[in-house]
Write a protein that binds this ligand. Structure first.
Ligand SMILES: Nc1nc2c(ncn2[C@@H]2O[C@H](COP(=O)(O)OP(=O)(O)OP(=O)(O)O)[C@@H](O)[C@H]2O)c(=O)[nH]1
Ligand SMILES: [Zn+2]
Length: 292
């Protein structure tokens, strides 16, 4: 039978075939595949009739992420907030670039609009061409728009700790009841309420992964792009990158750079370009052999 891994916990894989969830263990055969099953994997499994089963094979992945550890995502919903905690745009840009490098579309969702409207932040991403929403898990503002964007797709919710990923999931669907946490407590002790990745099937026909919040340094080297690939991870640079004077232009401070000219004209957002430069410097510092 075929299904999707909804949750992976202590060696058990919870596989949903659309009807029931079977608790599977990996089979010996699986080890020959030399891949670790991820939440979101489409798999073949054999039910044993008592609710348990064995995981036989992982079907080819369309994409995979390490942090959060998920596979086969149709889109990443990056949740941000302009009020406790204030999201550093760099965090959004880094995750968006990783997603872009895997051809995975992103939606930007500015939460806690009841506390702080977040217009400036939303404007940056709308201008950069991302579907952008302003929502409040508290008041329900924007939930219908968000439902419409995630319906019929598999989405992963990501964002720094405390922005309200679990709260939004709870607000989206009455059937979901995730634990949420106090921000001061989380930030104070660096504790995250959500510890594992899990997929939820919502009433609106969406499948959504809640993932643990990330912090500023929480990125795997495996996910760092090569500096040459980075410009293509900023989709709004695309109309300009081939117009630079030099073919190997880094778009950082080069003469005759069309990206910098667009930045100057206000066609590229300053924080987006600043994030690009920061990622470029990071990428430059890591030799290719250190990437897996
Ligand atoms: N005022 C207001 N508070 C919110 C909103 N959304 C979430 N919160 C509060 O923010 C805190 C953190 O929310 P969570 O949903 O636990 O955040 P999270 O992003 O899932 O956090 P992690 O699991 O640590 O990644 C809780 O106290 C929520 O009640 C909102 O729209 N408005
Ligand atoms: Zn350039």
């Amino acid at each position: 039978m075929e299904g999707i891994i909804m949750k992976a916990l202590s060696g058990f894989y919870y596989v949903d075939d659309g009807q029931t969830v079977t608790t599977c263990r990996g089979r010996g055969k699986l080890r020959h595949q030399k891949v670790t099953p991820l939440v979101g994997d489409r798999v073949e499994f054999t039910p044993l009739g008592d609710g348990s089963g064995s995981l036989d094979r992982i079907l080819p992945r369309k994409n995979q992420f390490y942090r959060p550890a998920v596979a086969n995502i149709d889109q990443l919903v990056i949740i941000a907030s302009q009020a406790i905690p204030v999201t550093d745009p760099f965090l959004i840009d880094r995750v968006a670039a990783i997603a872009q490098s895997r051809d995975c579309p992103c939606v930007i969702c500015v939460n806690k609009c009841d506390l702080e409207p977040g217009d400036d932040l939303a404007a940056i991403y709308a201008a950069a061409g991302f579907p952008t929403l302003k929502v409040s898990a508290q008041t329900g503002e924007g939930m219908d728009e968000l439902r419409a964007l995630i319906a019929g797709k598999v989405s992963a919710f990501t964002g720094n700790s405390g922005v309200g990923k679990s709260s939004i999931l709870n607000a989206l669907d009455d059937q979901v009841d995730l634990a949420t946490g106090d921000v001061s407590e989380k930030l104070g002790r660096g504790r995250h309420t959500t510890r594992h990745v899990e997929l939820f099937r919502l009433g609106c026909g969406a499948v959504v992964a809640d993932t643990p919040g990330f912090s500023s340094f929480d990125v795997d080297r495996m996910e760092l792009m090569r500096k040459e690939e980075l410009a293509r991870c900023f989709p709004e640079f695309a109309p300009y990158v081939d117009q630079c004077q030099f073919q190997d232009c880094a778009h950082v401070k080069e003469k005759g750079c069309a990206v910098l000219a667009a930045l100057k004209r206000g066609e590229i957002q300053p924080t987006r370009h600043a994030s690009y430069v920061r990622l470029y410097e990071q990428a430059k510092a890591i030799p290719d052999w250190e990437r897996k």
